[in-house]
Design a protein around this ligand. Sequence first.
Ligand code: IPE
Ligand code: IPE
Ligand code: MG
Length: 250
Amino acid sequence: MSLDLSGLDADRIPRHVGLILDGNGRWANARGLPRTAGHAAGEAALFDTVEGALEIGIEWLSAYTFSTENWSRSEEEVEFLMWFNEDLLTRRRDDLHAQGVRMLFAGDMDDPRIPDRNRKHMAEAAEMTAGNTDLSLVFAFNYGSRREIVEATRSLAARAVAGEMTPDEIDETALAGSLYIPYMPDVDLIIRSSGEHRLSNFLLWQAAYAEFHFPGILWPDFDRQALLDSVLDYQSRDRRFGGAEDQVPD
Ligand code: IPE
Ligand code: IPE
Ligand code: MG
């Protein structure tokens, strides 16, 4: 399926879109299915959205697939999500590679609760696709923005204690450069499906001037057309970055 891109302003494509894939459990509940069936149904939605991002010309797409708070779910659901995230990588990796997608991972990967096989497959997928340039697809897995900022702060403090930098040199650039993916650009548009209006610990630093879109559809019903609708809505916004209406800073 191809999108009708005629209404799109090619000069105002969001460079980085963040996706909070939410509503899988409700989608399954409405069908009398276990929550895990909702996660499985969300896979097709994610990869249709990835193809949409390639069509639209989005450079960076970050998908929130497991939060540092999601460990509090039932053992059965956590176990499923660990397995599913790994299984999905190994099944989709070659297709994504052929499509020119670079796969990146952001999160606390040292957490001993992450199975070793999963960690290994993430590293392999990242290595295999490292040279691709059409789209950078970030899997925010075992990701929590507060933990990311704490880890960055800790590494800067360690460098200061080691005499490699002075406290005065700790500025916004230094902190951004110590996050999980130091070269990841700020997020321009955050889309959260399901109708909830919250960030749930996603990209707090990177979203300082992001626009938000909240389509009232559950994640398994999301697709490339829904992504295009969000981007078109984004293009109708007046981004000011703190400037006045007629003098937006560069
Ligand atoms: C999002 O869907 C997927 C993950 C958190 C992994 P949910 O599982 O949160 O679905 P709802 O919000 O309960 O419907
Ligand atoms: C956010 O969704 C996390 C992911 C999509 C991975 P949640 O469903 O976990 O967030 P809350 O609990 O509704 O805030
Ligand atoms: Mg949810």
